[in-house]
Ligand binder design. Structure first.
Ligand SMILES: Cc1cc2nc3c(=O)[nH]c(=O)nc-3n(C[C@H](O)[C@H](O)[C@H](O)COP(=O)(O)O)c2cc1C
Length: 181
């Protein structure tokens, strides 16, 4: 039987995949993990991230109108945690945490990622305590070693990072698979 929760929480949509959003303006390169993200449109390809206005990342994207979305394997969890517990407002996270970066067509990205989207902002709207930033995906970079012929990640080879909220992360181990005929 269901009962009304009195804890006032709503994070029941977790676990969510984590990506790292990287942005640059005026020679400042910064990165932060994001758990609130979604594909928005497949043709044209739009990807949305929800970023609170108080994040340094937001301030940079607001000016540059560009960002990259970097999906990292579980082995880089430690780096993701560090990026999510510090602010570019105070430190240069890229230097401090020794994060390799590469310049794409227009934005910097993390070459250790198994997938990268290079995006230009087409919409930025304040919604409650976050801003929905929708990026047009200009380019998708993939590590071909960990993808099958349909560009699906081979989950035996790559382990996306999933977030449960409150500083808790989980790793996906497949116990069952079902595919519609
Ligand atoms: C796993 C994880 C997911 C997060 N997801 C979001 C998110 O979706 N939106 C957001 O605004 N902050 C999110 N945060 C918080 C920011 O990543 C964090 O405040 C970061 O330090 C901001 O860095 P910045 O000030 O350099 O931009 C998340 C943190 C972690 C650890």
């Amino acid at each position: 039987m269901l009962k009304e929760s009195n804890k006032n929480k709503f994070y029941h949509f977790y676990p969510n995949i984590v990506c790292v959003v990287m942005s640059e303006f005026d020679n400042r390169i910064n990165a932060m993990p994001v758990a609130w993200s979604s594909g928005i449109s497949s043709n044209p390809r739009y990807f949305g991230v929800l970023i609170a206005k108080k994040r340094f990342t937001y301030k940079i994207i607001e000016k540059s109108k560009k960002f990259s979305v970097n999906f990292l394997d579980w082995k880089y969890l430690d780096t993701v945690v560090k990026l999510g517990s510090t602010s570019g407002e105070e430190i240069d996270k890229i230097k401090e945490f020794n994060i390799p970066i590469e310049k794409g067509k227009e934005v910097y990205f993390i070459p250790l990622s198994y997938v990268v989207y290079e995006c230009t902002v087409i919409k930025d709207e304040e919604i409650g305590d976050h801003n929905l930033i929708i990026g047009k995906i200009e380019r998708v970079l993939i590590d071909e070693e960990v993808f099958d012929e349909n560009e699906k990640p081979i989950l035996e080879k790559v382990k996306p990072i999933f977030y449960m909220g409150s500083g808790e992360f989980v790793k996906l181990e497949i116990s069952e698979k079902f595919k519609e005929e």
